[in-house]
Design a protein around this ligand. Structure first.
Ligand code: NAG
Length: 181
């Protein structure tokens, strides 16, 4: 009789363990790992790393924009290097300068948008912030089109794609914030 009871309680115990373990495993750890400002972003891991533990929306958005500016800072040296590789293919100095000029203008525009967005956060000008974050890489085709026939467009294209992803993440952080406010 005692043996049966022991078996019975062990059976119950093992059932509750069996139930508890999968339940615990199934509990989403979202709130631990993902910053709440990143809840509706396409790449939550990247978004969380861009926010860098900020707990208020201005600092979350500001941190994310600074990370985006770090990407944009890679633009000018890359553009200049790429255009310089054209030297060997007999391009005139004028056409190389013109490509460099166009692509750097597009990149400067992106940097101006991001720096302007930081000012808009400081002054609480949300409409301006959203507008600027929406157009960061808007004119990038002017650069990529101008180099399409020269075979250096894919690196520039990927660069602007990355800059666009970062900018979209900044925008989504702002949009989450607006829903909360
Ligand atoms: C998120 O972004 C990182 C960095 O760009 C990338 O390595 C990763 O593959 C992306 N994840 C998804 C799900 O797109």
């Amino acid at each position: 009789m005692v043996n049966t009871n022991v078996f019975f309680s062990l059976a119950i115990l093992s059932i509750s363990i069996a139930r508890a373990v999968p339940f615990k495993n199934a509990t989403p750890r979202l709130s631990d790992d993902i910053n709440p400002f990143c809840s509706s972003t396409e790449n939550k891991t990247l978004c969380t790393s861009m926010i860098n533990d900020a707990m208020t929306w201005p600092s979350a958005t500001t941190n994310a924009i600074y990370e985006t500016l770090k990407i944009a800072a890679k633009g000018k040296p890359m553009i200049d290097d790429l255009v310089n590789t054209l030297k060997d293919f007999g391009f005139s100095r004028i056409s190389k300068d013109s490509i460099k000029h166009t692509c750097n203008e597009v990149n400067d525009f992106a940097i101006e948008c991001l720096e302007g967005a930081l000012d808009d956060i400081r002054y609480g000008y949300i409409d301006g912030l959203i507008t600027k974050l929406s157009v960061v890489t808007g004119p990038s085709f002017e650069c990529t089109n101008s180099v399409k026939k020269l075979g250096i467009d894919s690196q520039l294209f990927n660069y602007f794609l990355e800059l666009e992803l970062y900018s979209r993440i900044c925008l989504s952080i702002t949009r989450v914030t607006l829903k909360v406010l």
